[in-house]
Design a protein around this ligand. Structure first.
Ligand code: UDP
Ligand code: MG
Length: 327
């Protein structure tokens, strides 16, 4: 069967998606490294830069590059919507037969793309890049990341590969399925694992950030981790019932002990300090569990509002560039 993509007139073979949030210092370098690599493929390609509401000169820099090079396309968000949504937008607009997602900061070496393409040509539909090592990141970041991937694996039924970020290549078919998944709190790498198809990995060493600093402060990291876990697992909700059951069981046994002491021994439990302590502990547990439930309800609320995932201020019309983009 001939895939629908084969009948498109202006075929782009590879789409590279680069999400950017305040990356003015790195973007020119990223552009040249990517261009160097993509030229080696000797195929048609487009570089889709998604400006995720940057406050610096990122957009100006990239627009300048666009003037000089017809491979460049720019999607400009009306505000900061977040990394995962920027990737999603890139995939929505990408026209290539294979779509590659890469960070703007050159932590993911563009050269690895060539290895991914080889695997894709060998018939794999998803090629993700597995971090063998992470250079130049704080111990805190490395440990929390490591812990996160392991907790996630324990919690979910979907096989989400360990130590892989969003640096990966996906086939057009996978992107098409992904477009149909409309959930709002997106954890893209989990969704891709969930979709299935033939998946494989290439290993690489994660480099230091080329310039600037991480755009994932602790707050964003926590909300990212919560999205990952709650989108793929009900286990936290179940933990609530387990803990509740154990606590009541403990309370009941303790009550029996107290009654026994009162009736059959001379010692009677006295003191209210212990009671307050116990009340505090259990109230704490109850609040925590309500919080977990709240996380899910919040997400149900998000889905039911059904707002658009992102708002684009401008995007390059595809025809404007078509003939130049073909080599
Ligand atoms: N990013 C984004 N929107 C955000 C935060 C980050 O588009 O709200 C982009 C950022 O520009 C980079 C990628 O997502 O290209 C990964 O971010 P970063 O390198 O800061 O994360 P880290 O590598 O430290 O986990
Ligand atoms: Mg980075």
């Amino acid at each position: 069967m001939i895939a629908a993509s084969d009948t498109r007139q202006n075929r782009v073979k590879y789409s590279v998606i680069v999400p950017m949030y305040n990356e003015e210092e790195v973007i020119t370098h990223t552009y040249s490294r990517l261009t160097e690599v993509m030229q080696q493929t000797e195929e048609t390609y487009e570089l889709i830069f998604v400006n995720d509401g940057s406050h610096d000169r990122t957009l100006e820099v990239i627009n300048q590059l666009k003037q000089q090079d017809a491979h460049v396309r720019v999607i400009d968000f009306s505000r900061n919507f977040g990394h995962q949504i920027a990737i999603t937008a890139g995939m929505d607009y990408a026209e290539g037969d294979a779509i590659i997602v890469i960070d703007a900061d050159l932590q993911d070496p563009p050269e690895v793309i060539l290895q991914m393409i080889e695997k894709w040509q060998a018939g794999y539909e998803v090629v993700y890049a597995k971090r063998e090592k992470r250079k130049g990141e704080t111990l805190f970041k490395k440990w929390t990341a490591k812990l996160f991937y392991r907790v996630l694996r324990q919690m979910t039924n979907v096989e989400i590969p360990l130590d892989t970020g969003d640096f990966r290549l996906i086939d057009r078919k996978v992107a098409q399925v992904l477009r149909g998944l409309k959930e709002k709190n997106r954890f893209v790498r989990g969704l891709i694992s969930w979709i299935g198809f033939r998946q494989t990995s290439v290993s690489y060493v994660r480099e230091e950030r080329f310039a600037g600093e991480t755009k994932y402060p602790l707050k964003k990291m926590i909300s990212f981790a919560l999205d990952g876990i709650t989108s793929f697992s009900y286990k936290p909700l179940k933990i609530a019932s387990y803990i509740g059951f154990l606590v009541s069981l403990g309370g009941f046994v303790y009550l029996l002990v107290v009654i026994f002491q009162r009736l059959f021994t001379d010692t009677t439990e006295t003191g209210w300090a212990s009671i307050i302590a116990i009340i505090l502990i259990f109230n704490g547990i109850i609040l925590m569990l309500l919080g977990i439930i709240g996380e899910y309800i919040g997400r149900i609320y998000d889905e039911s509002k059904d707002r658009p995932l992102y708002i684009v201020r401008s995007v390059d019309e595809k025809n404007e560039l078509e003939d130049k983009r073909l080599l």
